[in-house]
Design a protein around this ligand. Structure first.
Ligand SMILES: Cc1ncc(C[n+]2csc(CCOP(=O)(O)OP(=O)(O)O)c2C)c(N)n1
Length: 670
């Protein structure tokens, strides 16, 4: 006998329940409550093929309420994904399993993005929908036409980033974004009504969404609502009213269902309550067969799609396939290298943020899939250049006006990168990175090639004052694993940093730029990318063996160069090491690192930021010239003097540590 829709959903429920009971840990409320919603989606709508989890035109499914991860693992197991045999369900939350506490990015397994921090998933989904819309505009419905579904709970809609996304997705009319809201009225602390009194349906409707409401345990109703959502040109929100912990008598509808333990007795009681006589982890073959049929439907769609791709005109097909492989166009570096040569020749004195903006103009001509944007800081960051905006009317634009929504920008860029086919960058002030820090962290965790561009990187911004002057941000971002933080010192280094950031398709990069003009530091033309080693000798010592080593990044490189001149004139052979990227430096072989670090010489670092971490270069007894407090409001030059970040201060730090050198007065007299 064909299993009923409820039995198909109960298969999810018992897999989740038994996995959680076995692990002694996990959140039962969501998988039990949203099992019907997801069964309706997977068995009647979702376009997927377990035989090819990364098929580019698959629908994307994001479980944004990732704490209920046994839901997605059960779905992927039942749908027949190879990475989720029953053994993996049994290993829920064990080290090295495919079934960790929260879903972690593994598109080859069927997990589209990492979720867990509430609100990230819905925002990732919006980014995926943007990427889909862009590719759809270029390649047409036959090649790119898929939906992005996000299952969200109350947590995702309470979070600020959730609000940002509702607003922006409505504005951009992301019509193939469908949010399934698991409206169970409960969060960890209990009733949602403790902290929320607005009506989400009205909120979404105000933002331009198509809104429906249905019984989240009536699969026909959910499926019909999804069909209506697909037919509507607006993004859709379906409020699926559900009972948290559905099926376990002791917990259903209760606060404890959210994340409380469930016992073997609960599982037994649920078996009686739902009429499920099967043993733990035992799914009857008839139910498995029915679940697998959904994947078979997808396999047919995939084969038809492959035939359409094969029939594309060869250049279009080659481009589409290149984009899907995540490869950059051949020759993409040529314009950039040319920019670098010109910069070395013309030696402009200008803010590195201007150089960075000029570079994105060059790159956007060579890399049409480059997608820029800023949270209402286009003028201040100058990274739009010739790009047309991506709007509800024009999907061919490649620049997104995110509005004042940093967090949305960050998480959407992650979604775009996870979707593939586009190369996202976003530009804002360095101090506002905290507003999207979690998105940055997840890009690093997922190894997504997102390019985070910052300007206004220090007290060098001047009169805007300490709220806008980052002092601790370089240190805090450098502490983030798998994020390359680059701080170029002039237009040449800016070009090199961009070259490295774009070329790295396996991890994110932050490029940190100055607002104030910087003099050129790199005159000689070299095709070699010196920033690639993270730190390099910019100015060699003259007149003898190196006695002092000065380390600097960004705007302080010119201070170090001036200090070197003073030291050289005082008879101290001094090297200046430019340190654009600590992470890349750490990857160099030990011999190179030792040469650069110059142990045995007097070592002083200068950076208009806190010292934390510079010990790596200067040792315990080295000198540091930088910040130890927040900044202040005033003209840039006054601030550098006020905080003592000057060539004279650097020289003094060196001389303090050079007892054998003649006193300054003697040198002057001599
Ligand atoms: C940003 C963030 N804050 C807090 C948490 C901790 N947390 C996990 S689930 C949850 C409650 C979520 O409630 P809801 O989305 O309604 O999930 P449900 O109760 O339906 O399972 C909280 C506060 C988190 N994961 N992420």
């Amino acid at each position: 006998m064909t299993p009923t829709p409820r039995e198909l959903a109960n298969a999810i429920r018992f897999l989740a329940m038994d996995a959680i009971a076995r692990a002694g840990d996990g959140h039962p409320g969501t998988p039990l409550g949203a099992a019907d919603i997801c069964t309706a989606l997977f068995t009647r709508h979702l376009k997927f093929d377990p035989a090819d989890p990364r098929w580019p035109d698959r629908d994307r499914f994001v479980q944004s309420n990732g704490h209920g991860s046994t839901l997605i693992y059960s779905l992927l197991h039942l749908a027949g994904y190879d990475a989720f045999p029953i053994e993996q369900i049994k290993r829920f939350r064990e080290l090295g399993s495919h079934t960790p506490g929260h879903p972690e990015y593994a598109p080859e397994h069927g997990v589209e993005t990492t979720t867990g921090p509430l609100g990230q998933g819905i925002a990732n989904a919006a980014g995926m929908a943007v990427a889909e819309a862009m590719l759809n505009a270029e390649f047409g419905d036959d090649i790119v036409h898929h939906h992005t579904y996000a299952l969200v709970g109350d947590g995702c809609l309470m979070e600020g980033v959730g609000h940002e996304i509702v607003s922006l997705a409505g504005h951009l009319r992301l019509g193939r974004l469908i949010v399934l809201y698991d409206a169970n009225g409960m969060t960890d602390d209990g009733a949602v009504a403790q902290a929320v009194s607005e009506d989400y349906r009205t909120r979404f409707a105000c933002a331009g969404w198509h809104v429906q409401e249905c019984d989240g345990h009536d699969q026909d109703a959910v499926a019909a609502a999804i069909a209506a959502a697909k037919a509507d040109p607006r993004p859709s929100m379906i409020q699926c009213n559900s009972t948290i912990g559905f099926g376990v008598p002791r917990i259903q509808g209760q606060r404890v269902a959210h994340g409380g333990k469930i016992t073997a007795d609960d599982c037994t009681a649920a078996r009686a309550h739902l009429g499920w006589p099967h043993a733990p982890f035992d799914i009857p073959p008839a139910i498995v067969v029915e679940w697998r049929r959904a994947g078979v439907r997808g396999a047919q769609a995939r084969r038809a799609w492959q035939a359409r791709v094969a029939a594309l005109a060869p250049p279009q097909r080659a481009k589409f396939e290149r984009l899907m492989r995540g490869e950059l166009p051949p020759g993409w570096q040529e314009g950039l290298l040319d920019y670098k040569r010109q910069a070395a020749k013309n030696a402009p004195t200008q803010p590195t943020v201007r150089s960075s903006g000029e570079i994105t103009r060059v790159l956007s001509q060579a890399i049409p899939e480059l997608v820029g944007g800023a949270p209402d800081l286009e003028a201040a960051t100058q990274h739009k250049r010739d790009m047309r905006p991506f709007t509800a009317e024009d999907r061919n634009g490649r620049y997104i006006h995110y509005g004042v929504r940093e967090h949305a920008m960050g998480a959407m860029m992650n979604g775009m990168a996870a979707h593939g086919g586009v190369v996202p960058y976003g530009a804002t002030f360095l101090v506002f990175s905290d507003y999207m820090r979690h998105a940055m962290r997840l890009s690093a965790m997922m190894s997504l090639p997102v390019i985070w561009v910052f300007s206004h990187d220090s007290i060098g911004i001047g009169r805007n004052g300490p709220t806008h002057q980052p002092v601790e941000y370089l240190a805090s971002l450098r502490a983030m694993p798998n994020l390359a933080v680059m701080r170029p010192c002039d237009a040449v280094e800016a070009a090199e940093c961009w070259q490295l950031a774009v070329a790295n398709r396996r991890a994110p990069t932050a490029i940190v730029n100055s607002r104030q003009p910087l003099p050129p530091a790199r005159g000689a033309v070299t095709d070699e990318n010196l920033c690639a080693r993270g730190a390099y000798v910019l100015a060699e010592p003259a007149g003898g063996a190196r006695r002092a080593t000065l380390f600097a990044s960004g705007s302080e490189v010119s201070i170090a160069l001036q200090a070197r001149q003073m030291l050289q004139s005082q008879g101290v052979p001094t090297a200046v090491v430019s340190v654009p990227c600590w992470e890349l430096f750490e990857q160099q072989e030990a011999g190179y690192q030792a040469d650069i670090v110059g142990r045995g010489t007097v070592r002083v670092a200068v950076e208009a930021a806190v010292k934390l971490g510079w010990e790596r270069f200067i040792g315990d007894d080295g000198g540091f010239v930088g910040m130890s407090t927040f900044g202040a409001s005033g003209p840039e030059a006054d601030l550098f003097r006020h905080f003592g970040i000057t060539p004279e201060a650097v020289v003094a730090e060196v001389r303090k540590r050079l007892p054998a050198v003649q006193p300054l007065a003697a040198v002057a007299e001599g």
